[in-house]
Design a protein around this ligand. Structure first.
Ligand code: SF4
Ligand code: SF4
Length: 324
């Protein structure tokens, strides 16, 4: 099985409930950003640069919990900023787990050893460590020597204590395939539970760091023959999309974002509006005007957050079949 069973079960249960409950387009993922502050200062990070005035602010715990209730998403991805700096991070995770949601805690990994004794392993809880390359390649992206080794030590510690650990890697225009394979081999050796690979795309300007759709497809076609060696947690249909074999439509309603500014619309990348409530986000967003072919900023987007849901909706039966 490619997708961890409890993650798959959380998505399936919620989608069946929505289907029979008559609720269309309920999100599968809440992207919860309780802070923008970070212990690193990566040169390409928009979060810390664009939110300087909010770097010392935290979204109150009760607002975080209310966001989980309002979105009703089965998966909550806590991101930021660096969420391990959030003063009540352990309480937040515990509260969300008690609401029977799958929690993915995204981090650069550096602070895991300092804080891990506040958590306990749980099949519905996963650490998700961001790694953009092997050794010096990753340290170059985060502009700090030693971060890669700290992150690998933190992953090994978490694994030795019985936690689920995923990694997520962004692919840029100059990502070197051999270096990426070195990283995936190392992660395989330390028995990582899942990996995601996300193509970057130029949604703000035609920055030279990012991939066009054509370059993303080209990259994944080259990588395709080795992918089956690794626990990549994308669905088979999304992988076909990445290698250019099928087309999928954007389903931005699959993921909703709550941060210090409100409910961000229309998606995690396009921060056109901040709404006061989840209902406002849903009702006031013109969902039909976004996506490739509709909004020029979406033209090169192939991110799993929205296209994975399309793989369920457009190809439901094949998706289920392909998971096993
Ligand atoms: S670790 Fe993440 S949040 Fe922190 S500066 Fe880097 S990209 Fe931004
Ligand atoms: S294609 Fe969808 S997820 Fe991607 S930027 Fe556009 S609206 Fe956002």
């Amino acid at each position: 099985m490619k997708v961890p069973v409890y993650l798959f079960y959380s998505i399936l249960k919620s989608n069946i409930k929505d289907f029979f409950g008559g609720r269309k387009n309920n999100p599968n993922i809440l992207m919860l950003e309780p802070l923008y502050k970070c212990n690193l200062s990566c040169p390409g990070c928009g979060k810390i640069k664009e939110n300087k005035e909010l770097l010392n602010e935290y979204l109150p715990l009760e607002d975080c919990i209310q966001a989980v209730v309002d979105s009703n998403a089965p998966i909550v991805s806590i991101c930021g900023g660096e969420p391990l700096i959030y003063p009540q991070i352990a309480e937040l995770v515990q509260e969300i787990l008690s609401m029977k949601r799958y929690v993915i805690l995204c981090t650069n990994g550096v602070y895991i050893p300092n804080i891990i004794d506040k958590f306990s392993p749980n099949k519905y809880f996963t650490w998700n460590v961001h790694l953009d390359g092997f050794e010096s390649e990753h340290d170059k992206w985060v502009a700090q020597k030693g971060v890669f080794n700290d992150a690998i030590k933190a992953i090994s510690l978490a694994k030795s204590l019985g936690y689920n650990v995923f990694t997520n890697t962004t692919i840029y225009h100059n990502t070197n395939i051999d270096n990426l394979i070195q990283l995936m081999d190392l992660l395989n050796n330390i028995k990582i539970d899942g990996m995601t690979l996300t193509p970057s795309f130029p949604y703000k300007s035609g920055g030279s760091l990012f991939l066009t759709k054509e370059k993303s497809i080209n990259f994944f076609q080259k990588l395709e023959k080795v992918l089956s060696k690794y626990p990549i947690i994308h669905s088979p249909i999304y992988k076909s999309f990445l290698t250019g074999n099928i087309n999928l439509e954007c389903n931005a309603q699959n993921h909703v974002t709550r941060n210090l500014k409100g409910w961000q619309g229309p998606c995690y990348w396009l921060a056109d509006h901040n709404y006061e409530s989840y209902n406002d986000l849903n009702l006031k967003t013109d969902w039909n005007s976004i996506g490739p072919g509709k909004d020029p900023r979406c033209q090169e987007c192939m991110t799993h957050l929205c296209f994975e849901k399309s793989s369920i909706v457009q190809n439901g039966f094949m998706y289920l079949k392909g998971l096993f």
